[in-house]
Design a protein around this ligand. Structure first.
Ligand SMILES: [Cu+2]
Length: 163
């Protein structure tokens, strides 16, 4: 008899506590700090004099599935993630508004002729030999800043350095 009563009381107090439900599942349940995306081989093409935009490239490796969503740089008004598309036989580029997928553990290379970072509204031309800081944003991982070297593409035409 007594036990039954105690149980009923316990149930009652539980119910009474329910609506506010304080201190339930705070930050403890969230995954521990998302591992940073690693970036290698960041570089930019020199921009022709007067060009308002420039292309930069980088190889990204995410620890867990992520997406490159955009970024910024002090050297341009905005930094977008672009893809190359073929439309009516013409190569066109377009912003990847949903971001570039970075599957866990896979090297994703942005490279000439394919996905690239587009610096729009350059504050000054990108000149071979200089270094440009690029801050990259991801859907999950923390923002990273890479130092991109401005240089000619390695496979751009003939090698003129051999004489
Ligand atoms: Cu572009």
């Amino acid at each position: 008899m007594k036990i039954k009563l105690a149980l009923a009381a316990a149930a009652l107090s539980l119910t009474a506590c329910n609506p506010s439900e304080p201190a339930k599942a705070p930050a403890a349940e969230t995954p521990t700090a998302t591992a940073a995306v690693s970036a290698t081989e960041a570089w930019c093409r020199p921009s022709p004099n007067g060009a308002k935009a420039g292309g930069c490239y980088v190889t990204l490796t995410a620890a867990t599935d992520d997406r490159l969503t955009g970024g910024s740089t002090p050297r341009a008004g905005s930094l977008q993630v672009h893809e190359m598309k073929t439309e009516n036989g013409m190569m066109k580029m377009a912003e990847m508004t949903a971001g570039l997928p970075l599957p866990a553990g896979q090297d994703v290379a942005l490279a000439p002729g394919g996905n690239h970072l587009m610096l729009i509204g350059l504050t000054a031309p990108l000149i071979a030999g200089e270094t440009v800081p690029l801050t990259l944003q991801f859907a999950s991982a923390p923002t990273i800043t890479v130092q991109a070297q401005v240089r000619q593409p390695a496979m751009d035409g003939m090698d003129h350095g051999a004489h």
